[in-house]
Every structure is written in structure tokens, then in C-alpha cells.
Design a protein around this ligand. Structure first.
Ligand SMILES: Nc1ncnc2c1ncn2[C@@H]1O[C@H](COP(=O)(O)OP(=O)(O)OP(=O)(O)O)[C@@H](O)[C@H]1O
Length: 697
């Protein structure tokens, strides 16, 4: 790979492109080696091209066996860094030139992208022993401003791209905030990191790159450095320098993304901390990491499900005036795993959707950036407002600075499909190199038109007439041959005529062969295109299917939740209803008892009617049991339907039985009442008869 490095002129030209996309392939871990993850899936062709071979059992291989898609893909990047690449070499080969521009007042944005465990954090932050590009950038910056630091802390970044003066109280407040943040690390027992490159040069061995910047005309300037660290989770922005609330019920405060009068985006109320050396900046990074993992543990999600952004603002101060301000942001993007592989239900589904959406918008912005960079006049629509991530960095997407993306992949067979997905995404940022070069195919596709503009192929078959016309004498003979025809010698004329006939036949044969070859190559080209199309449609179809499946799951879950809420009956309400039932029940018992007493009284008055009265009582009791229940069945049903299905089964059964009982008792009461009146009138009639009989006797 080293032999294939770009030549200096090309390097120079590419360095100043608005967007560069690098690939970093991480080495296998010991565990991965022992679990047979090394199946030759990633083959580095040269410094800019990588070939992916689908392993057996991967979805890609299965699709390709079914004739959908390819088992081998080739991708190109601005530069590829293999597994053996040292952190220092990566810095040198990727963002060093951006840091250089940043020190001269230009904005820079660096993304680290890839699936979980691909090495994104290692690339950006690295470890104490093996620092990533961020600590290395900090070292370069502090070495550059050494001895020229603005110590007063009273000039601070403000809104999108402004700076503000701070009064003595505000400066004191800044100092307090900084001390409070550092205090969060006090309890940690971490060895102090020595400032400067020498502190980790022993591990990287090659951090001795020279950073000689031209300070001509800027030696009078002073520099102030302010840093912030925040994350975007589920489309909400959270300050990572703000300790996460310890209470389970308290939520973190989400910050708003706003725009200043110049249209520059900024995160409102975000903490900016003035740092004086690399150690301080790295402490800030550690505090942020700590808060980030605390918040993710509390919310029960992995921290890699959010985008984390560390920003360094550099103020170039002339006396007491801020001359320029530049911004360097390093963004560790959320793991790009697709929905299907993650646990997608409820919150996780929303999370996956938000990550996918923000990455999709980022992809669109990067694609727009690429097309704008290749044609500066073509300022197409850039959808940066469609996600928080791209909105915050809209100025970069509008050309105010340079961006680069370091795509991280592992070489594991088990995560091949996800890795391929990552490569396809970054291919939006950097063109995919097809297996058969497109240019070559273009020149070999069927030349379907004759010189008269008529097609030589009709429905894929050679058109003889068109071919004859193409090979007509006028077409065949050029000016020199026409001159030959005027030669006087008859023999010569005959020879020429013979030769011409032979030449014509030969040319016909060649043309037919050429058309056949072009047709065949065209078919192959078409075949490739169809395969590509099929693959892309298949992938879209699978993604859409997954999306619908997840949406359905989510919908079912939401409905279930709504139903539980709808059907919920508070305990107090239920007890109140129960009390009402008891009152009614008591009332009914009293009525039944008085009715019963009344009947006994009547039977005492007239023992003649005792039999029928007892029958009446019997009927009354019977009605309590069966007959009335049947007659009131509809009434019960209605009542049962009105019951809330969310109640517990025991309550439900109790209410049903009580309602049935009330209905039975009501009906029995009603009937008993009627019988009572009947009997009363019968008794009156009997009294009358008795009185008449007494009179007559
Ligand atoms: N280039 C490398 N050389 C050596 N080890 C590496 C390299 N890249 C990554 N690793 C190791 O691989 C593991 C995973 O890396 P890292 O945590 O950076 O992945 P990640 O993509 O940030 O994961 P996540 O999205 O879960 O945060 C770590 O143990 C890290 O030290």
C-alpha cells in the first residue's frame, strides 16, 4: 500500500477538496481469531481500493446464490488505512491538513462512522497509551499556540460564530464551572497524562511529524481555546458536561438548536469551557464520557446509540479584539446497525429510526457536498435542516469549511452484511468502483447507429439492409480509392475491383463481429446493471419490509397500551360502585322482608287463602332462583358489556354476580309487588263476599 501512495500534486489537490472519505480497517482481536472470524472478507487492493468478499452463510452470499446481487464488491476511498496503521500515521494521513487549515481560521468537521465495535472511538479518542486523532489534534493545536495563549478567560464564544466579553463576575463563574466539572473526576484514580507529544510518543513511536506553520504576520496574535462536548440521542441534544440527574424520574435537559442573525446554527445553553492545555481538554473529554455512559445506563441504552460531538473553538485575538474564530468538531457517529439486527420495539425502534434517519440525511448532505464540490456552480438543495446533526453543521455543508469521514470497519465474517452496508453508505460519499470499469463498457456498448443515423440492430438482431447501406461503396471508398478508379489500365481496374469486393466482404465480416461483440458486452453491462438494480431493490424491499414489520409491532404495542389506559378503573371508583350495590341490595332486602311480612299478616287474617299465599311465596322464591333470571337475561348481558375489561378478574366476577343478583331481585320484587296487589284485591273481594254472606245469614 505504501508504494501506491498518491503523488504530491494529486495529494495537494485532494487535500483541498471539501470532503474526503477514508477507510480504516481494524485488526482482529484474539477472540475473533480464535472464533474463525477471519475468512478473507476484506481484501485491500491498494491504497484506495478495497474488495469485500461475502463469506458463506452471510445474507449477501445467500442473495448472490439466488442471483440477486454480487458476492464481491469493490469500493474506493480517498485513502485506505490497513489493520497495521498506527494512530500517528492515521492522524498524519487524514486530518492533519484540516487541523492546519483550522489554525489558519477555517472550520473543520470530522466524522467517525461504522458499526458498533468497528473502532470509531479508538479512532477518535484512542486510549491513554495510544491516543486517537482528537488528543493528537489537541497536541498540535497547543504546540502551535504555545507561549501565545490568551489567559484572561474574558473572551468567550457566543451564539453561532460570535464572541462576547465577560465581566469579572462572569469570568469567576466560568472558573467555578470549570472547577466543578474537573471535580467530577477527582474521585477517579487515573495517572496524569503528560502534556505534549512526548507523552505518548513512546507507544506510537512515530509522533514526531513536523508541524511547522507559517506564523509570519500572526506573531502578535493570541489564542483562546474553548471546548464543548454534547450528544444527540433520539434527535435531542444533551450537554455531556452537565452531570446526568441521579434521580430515576428526573430527565436530562434537552438543548435547543438555534440560528443566529447570520444563519449560523448553534446549540443554545451549551457549556463552553476554556482550556489551557491538552490535559485539561482530555479531562473534559473524560467527564463527558463518564456522563454519557451514566445517562445511557440510566436510560438502558448503549452509548453507541447516540452521536457524540467534541468541538474546539479557537479564538484568534488581536489585543482585545477577536479577529477570527474557527471551529474543529469531531463527531463519533452512532453505530450504524440496521433495524433488523437490533432489538426493535418501542424505544429501541424509535432510536433505530432516528439513527437511520439522521445517517440518511447525513448521507444526502454528503452527496450534495460531493456534487457541489465537483461542480461548484451547481448549488443543489441540501437537506441539512432535516436532522439535528446536519442542522448543527449546516455551515460546513454550505461550504464554510472542510469535512472528512473516517469509515471504520472490522474484518469479521459474522458482521459482514453490516460492514457491506457501511461501505455502501460511505460509497454515497465516495464513488463505488464497479468490478468492470464503466468507461471501458461505455466504449464497448453496441454502436447501434450507422453513419446515416439508422440503427444497425433491430430488436437485438443485425438489420441487413442497414448494414448494406453502412457498407455501401460511398461509405467504403475514401477519396484516395476514388482516385484509383480513374486509372486507365483495365487489368489494374479488375484487380482493384476484386480487392474492393474482398475488402467489402472483409469489412462486412468485421462489422458483424464488432456488432456481435458490442452486443455481447452490452448485454453483460446491462446484466451488471440489472444485477446492481436487483440488489439495490432487494435491499430497499428488505428494508421497507423490516420497517413495516417494526411499525406494525410498534402500532400493536401502542394499541395495547392505549387499551390498558382506556379500560383502567380507579380503585376508589370501583369501591364507590360496590357501595352503591350494597345500598341497593339492603334496600331490596328490606322491601322483600316487608312484602313477606305483609303476606303472612294477610294469611293470618284469612287462613283460607294460606295455600295460595304460600304458593305465592314459593313462586316468589322460585323467581329469585331461575325464572326471573332468564327473563332478565338481556338486561344482564347489557350490564356485563358495560363492565370494564381492564378490571381484575375477581372484581369483574364479583360485579357480574352482584349485577345479576340485583337484576333478579328487582324482577322478583316487581313480580312480588304485582302478586301482592292481586292478592290484596282478591282479599278485598273475599272480604266483600264474606260481608255479603254475613248479611244474608
Ligand atoms: N485500530 C485498532 N487497533 C487496535 N485495536 C483496536 C483498533 N480499533 C479498535 N480497536 C479495539 O477494538 C475494540 C472496539 O473499538 P471501539 O470501542 O473503538 O469501537 P466502536 O466502533 O467505537 O464501538 P461502539 O460503537 O460500541 O462505541 C476496542 O477494544 C478497541 O480498543
Amino acid at each position: 500500500m505504501q508504494s501506491d501512495v498518491l503523488d504530491t500534486a494529486e495529494q495537494q489537490q485532494q487535500k483541498h477538496q471539501q470532503l474526503r472519505v477514508y477507510l480504516r480497517v481494524r485488526p482482529f482481536s484474539k477472540d475473533e481469531m480464535s472464533s474463525n472470524e477471519d475468512q478473507g472478507c476484506v481484501v485491500l487492493e491498494n491504497a484506495r481500493t478495497v474488495m469485500l468478499h461475502a463469506p458463506k452463510g452471510s445474507a449477501t452470499m445467500k442473495s448472490s446464490e439466488k442471483g440477486v446481487g454480487q458476492a464481491i464488491h469493490t469500493f474506493s476511498f480517498s485513502q485506505i488505512f490497513g489493520p497495521e496503521t498506527k494512530q500517528a500515521d492515521l492522524f498524519e494521513g487524514t486530518i492533519k491538513s484540516q487541523v492546519h487549515d483550522y489554525l489558519e481560521g477555517k472550520n473543520a468537521l470530522v466524522f467517525s462512522y461504522g458499526v458498533t465495535n468497528a473502532g470509531k472511538t479508538h479512532t477518535i479518542q484512542g486510549s491513554q497509551k495510544d491516543p486517537g486523532i482528537l488528543p493528537q489534534a489537541l497536541d498540535v493545536i497547543f504546540r502551535h499556540i504555545k507561549g501565545r495563549q490568551y489567559e484572561k478567560m474574558d473572551l468567550k464564544p457566543y451564539l453561532g460564530s460570535d464572541a462576547q466579553y465577560l465581566g469579572p463576575d462572569q469570568v469567576q463563574q466560568e472558573r467555578n464551572t470549570k472547577a466543578a466539572i474537573f471535580a467530577l473526576l477527582k474521585e477517579e484514580n487515573e495517572p496524569p497524562r503528560v502534556s505534549g507529544v512526548s507523552s505518548h510518543s513512546s507507544s506510537t513511536g512515530s509522533l514526531s511529524f513536523s508541524v511547522s506553520y507559517d506564523n509570519t504576520g500572526t506573531s502578535h496574535l493570541q489564542f483562546a481555546l474553548w471546548v464543548s462536548f454534547y450528544e444527540i440521542y433520539n434527535e435531542s441534544v444533551y450537554d455531556l458536561l452537565q452531570a446526568s440527574p441521579t434521580s430515576k424520574t428526573k430527565r436530562r435537559t434537552a438543548l435547543r438548536v438555534c440560528e443566529d442573525s447570520m444563519g449560523n446554527s448553534y446549540v443554545r445553553d451549551l457549556k463552553w469551557i476554556n482550556v489551557h492545555n491538552s490535559e485539561e481538554a482530555c479531562k473534559i473529554l473524560r467527564v463527558g464520557n463518564k456522563n454519557r455512559s451514566a445517562a445511557s445506563t440510566k436510560m438502558n441504552h448503549s452509548s453507541s446509540r447516540s452521536h457524540s460531538i467534541f468541538t474546539i473553538k479557537l479564538l484568534r485575538i488581536d489585543g482585545t479584539e477577536v479577529q477570527t474564530m474557527s471551529e474543529l468538531s469531531l463527531c463519533d457517529l452512532a453505530g450504524s446497525e440496521r433495524c433488523g439486527k437490533t432489538k426493535t420495539f418501542g424505544e429501541r425502534l424509535k432510536e433505530a429510526g432516528n439513527i437511520n434517519n439522521s445517517l440518511l440525511i447525513l448521507g444526502k448532505c454528503i452527496a450534495a457536498l460531493r456534487s457541489n464540490q465537483s461542480d461548484r456552480m451547481k448549488n443543489g438543495y441540501i437537506p441539512f435542516r432535516e436532522s439535528k446533526l446536519t442542522r448543527i453543521f449546516q455551515s460546513i455543508f454550505c461550504g464554510k469549511g472542510r469535512a472528512s469521514m473516517i469509515v471504520n470497519i472490522n474484518q469479521c465474517a459474522s458482521t459482514y452484511d453490516e460492514t457491506l452496508h457501511v461501505m455502501k453508505f460511505s460509497a454515497i460519499a465516495k464513488q463505488v468502483v464497479q468490478l468492470i470499469p464503466t468507461k471501458c463498457l461505455e466504449s464497448l456498448t453496441p454502436r447501434l447507429m450507422g453513419r446515416d443515423g439508422k440503427p444497425l440492430l433491430k430488436n437485438g438482431v443485425i438489420d441487413d439492409q442497414a448494414l448494406e447501406n453502412y457498407l455501401s461503396e460511398e461509405e467504403l471508398l475514401d477519396e484516395d480509392e476514388a482516385d484509383m478508379s480513374i486509372l486507365p489500365q483495365e487489368d489494374l481496374m479488375n484487380v482493384i475491383e476484386n480487392l474492393r469486393t474482398k475488402l467489402l466482404a472483409e469489412r462486412r465480416k468485421n462489422l458483424v463481429q464488432e456488432i456481435d461483440i458490442r452486443k455481447e458486452m452490452g448485454d453483460r453491462h446491462m446484466g451488471c446493471q440489472v444485477a446492481e438494480l436487483k440488489e439495490s431493490y432487494q435491499e430497499k424491499l428488505e428494508n421497507t419490509f423490516e420497517m413495516y414489520k417494526d411499525a406494525l409491532k410498534d402500532h400493536a404495542y401502542q394499541r395495547a397500551l392505549e387499551r390498558v389506559e382506556d379500560d383502567y378503573v380507579p380503585l376508589e371508583e370501583f369501591i364507590a360502585e360496590q357501595e352503591k350495590v350494597e345500598v341497593l341490595d339492603t334496600h331490596f332486602r328490606r322491601l322483600t322482608r316487608s312484602c313477606h311480612n305483609h303476606l303472612i299478616k294477610l294469611s293470618d287474617m284469612n287462613s283460607v287463602n294460606l295455600g295460595s299465599d304460600l304458593q305465592c311465596l314459593h313462586l316468589f322464591n322460585f323467581s329469585l332462583g331461575v325464572s326471573i333470571r332468564e327473563s332478565s337475561a338481556m338486561h344482564f348481558e347489557t350490564k356485563v358489556l358495560e363492565l370494564k375489561p381492564g378490571m381484575s378478574l375477581a372484581y369483574f366476577q364479583l360485579i357480574v354476580s352482584l349485577q345479576k343478583r340485583i337484576a333478579v331481585l328487582n324482577d322478583a320484587l316487581h313480580e312480588a309487588g304485582e302478586r301482592f296487589f292481586e292478592k290484596t284485591s282478591e282479599i278485598e273481594t273475599l272480604h266483600k263476599k264474606l260481608a255479603d254472606q254475613v248479611k244474608t245469614t
